[in-house]
Write a protein that binds this ligand. Structure first.
Ligand code: ATP
Ligand code: MG
Length: 575
């Protein structure tokens, strides 16, 4: 029975004893804030995606922290769309993001949009102008960049920096009213062009962009920059702990500066390490390119690292949450191995996926001594890990399909499956012995002739004789034809961004990331399966029903393989 054991693989060293037990300095900060009564012991977080693409597995880490920490401390978490850039944002993304957050198992408290705050942000900008802390600048984007200086050189002050408050108020209002073309003017904070933190060198607060916004339409033609919108949105929502990734570390002083100037609710920002996974691309901009260039079938292509792709592939929300919980939260970016995610996927599917038999590369087997018209209903266990999953009947008859890989005419050492003269057990069936091989004109094996031992029904051996292998099968007369899509990593390199001079990341795309098998044979119970249903094909891996399925013509995505002991032996032999 060895080859049938559902093998979920070794637990990676990084795996925690239980979910959420990893050290997490943000959790420690929140616990301390509660202890000291800061914000009256209140915890409010937010998850702030920009609706410019679909969520990916990196976002799952942020979601787990934003929602998970709030829940852990009896607090609340908002979903806020950071929709300040109409050129990249779309309602399709807003809807997909909400669906994905819910699918992951989280419920937001408030649902907000940064665009809800455009009027308030405008009024606050006027307040800063009146306080002499902001000015309208006529430099072009290129000039602003030139004037900004570098990390080692201070910047130069804009010639428009000392406009009067009255002139600034007039110009800013006219910017808002649409009197000026795109890019002709900006509103900038007046801070310090010599600051060692480049973000303090009179950062742009508003730019002019005559473009329709997915929510505010044509109401605005000035749009706030990230730094001017983010902290203020946090403050409006009275966010106590604004958690984001490490690259915003240098933005924190500016986040604080705006809040101090306005004297509004003192939200605070904390940065944690971004998730990077081996063999995985995690930039929405680059994922969008893959979609636009048709290199994948869409944002939810099962090879994509998006939550919608993983859902279609068959990953479970539980597995992704357990994975997120297993990640450390630290102050240095690193790379997490894809195997760590896969471990949690297997672990969860092993517990819950129903076992079925499916033959991906069929080889016909005729059992010569089995009665011609007999059909027996064999008892099969649905999930050995879960007694409540019950059992089912699987038809057995004279002509069956087995996996081509389960037969070798000249079996190598350590290959214990079917071979001429050898006996194997058919899972839940009988013991059969191969008697002869039928080949076509080209010498390909097209059919096996076997005999069965009627005393071994259910796979038992009353005389206690040993067979070394148990293989799966499907009755030919009852089998349902299926399409099966096998996936490999989308990229061939651990770091998809590592390229030769003159290439970009698409050079690392794996040409063999998708293999489509047609003419697969699955047991009859899978004729009308629901998209999204997950199964373990015994000995072959975990599979999920694709939405492309039709009644009587199911399509399955391989979520992930089992750990195949023979494949390992064979690979070792090749090395
Ligand atoms: P990308 O660079 O992939 O476009 P982003 O940071 O621009 O991602 P946002 O939609 O702005 O994406 O991110 C929403 C939240 O998710 C932010 O708080 C961000 O810090 C967090 N986040 C994004 N990518 C990751 C990641 N790889 N690991 C952890 N958190 C992430
Ligand atoms: Mg972003």
């Amino acid at each position: 029975m060895n080859s049938l054991k559902s093998d979920s693989g070794a637990k990676p060293a990084e795996a925690p004893a239980e979910s959420g037990s990893r050290s997490n300095f943000i959790r420690d900060i929140i616990a301390e804030d509660i202890r000291t009564g800061k914000h009256g012991g209140r915890v409010q977080t937010r998850f702030p995606p920009e609706p410019n693409g679909y969520l990916h597995i990196g976002h799952a880490k942020a979601i787990y922290l934003d929602f998970g920490l709030a829940a852990e401390f009896g607090g609340k978490c908002n979903l806020r769309f950071d929709d300040t850039n109409p050129s990249k944002e779309e309602t399709e993304y807003v809807e997909a993001i909400m669906e994905d957050v819910e699918w992951l198992g989280y419920k937001w408290d408030g649902l907000f949009y940064a665009s809800d705050y455009f009027q308030q942000l405008y009024e606050w900008a006027v307040q800063l102008i009146k306080a002499g802390k902001a000015f309208v600048c006529d430099l072009s984007a290129d000039e602003i960049r030139e004037y900004r200086g570098t990390l080692t050189e201070p910047g130069k002050e804009s010639p428009y920096r000392n406009r009067s408050v009255a002139e600034n108020l007039d110009l800013f209002e006219r910017m808002k009213n649409g009197e000026f073309p795109d890019g002709s003017r900006t509103l900038r904070a007046k801070i310090d062009m010599a600051s060692p933190n480049v973000n303090f060198r009179d950062p742009v607060m508003y730019r002019i962009l005559h473009m329709e916004h997915h929510r505010t339409g044509n109401q605005w033609c000035i749009y706030p920059m990230y730094d001017w919108a983010h902290g203020q949105s946090d403050s409006i929502e009275k966010v106590t702990h604004s958690i984001c990734t490490l690259e915003f570390d240098n933005n924190r002083p500016l986040y604080n500066w705006y809040i101090e100037q306005l004297g509004i609710f003192p939200s605070q920002q904390y940065e944690f390490d971004r998730l990077s996974l081996s063999y995985t691309m995690m930039s929405k901009r680059k994922l969008l390119r893959l979609v636009q260039e048709g290199r994948v079938a869409g944002w939810n292509d099962p090879r994509m690292p998006t939550l919608s792709g993983m859902r279609r592939r068959g990953y479970t929300p539980e597995a992704i949450r357990n994975f997120a919980a297993s990640l450390g939260v630290s102050k240095t970016n690193g790379v997490t191995q894809l195997q760590q995610l896969e471990y949690y996927v297997r672990e969860d599917l092993n517990k819950h996926a129903l076992r079925v038999m499916a033959v991906l590369n069929p080889l016909r087997v005729v059992i010569d001594n089995y009665p011609d018209n007999l059909v027996e209903e064999m008892d099969a266990v649905n999930n050995p890990e879960d007694a409540s999953a019950g059992s089912r009947k699987v038809p057995f008859s004279k002509v069956l399909y087995i996996e081509q890989d389960d037969f070798r005419e000249d079996p190598p050492k350590q290959f214990y499956r079917l071979a001429p003269g050898r006996e194997v057990r058919l899972r839940y069936g009988y013991l059969i012995t191969c008697q002869s091989v039928v080949k076509d004109a080209d010498g390909n094996i097209v059919e096996l002739h076997c005999t069965y031992d009627p005393a071994t029904r259910g796979g038992n051996t009353p005389d206690g004789r040993k067979v070394k292998s148990t293989i799966h099968w499907v009755s030919a007369a009852h089998a349902v034809d299926a399409e099966v899509r096998l996936y490999d990593t989308l990229f061939t390199k651990e770091d998809p961004n590592e390229v030769e001079e003159g290439q970009d990341f698409t050079a690392n795309l794996n040409p063999n990331s998708l293999e489509v098998l047609t003419g697969c044979k699955v047991e009859p119970g899978l004729r009308d399966v629901e998209p999204g249903a997950r199964y373990q094909f015994e000995r072959m891996g975990y599979f999920c029903v694709d939405p492309d399925s039709k009644s009587g013509k199911p399509v399955f995505n391989r979520t992930i393989g089992l750990k195949d002991t023979w494949a390992k032996i064979e690979q070792r032999g090749k090395k």
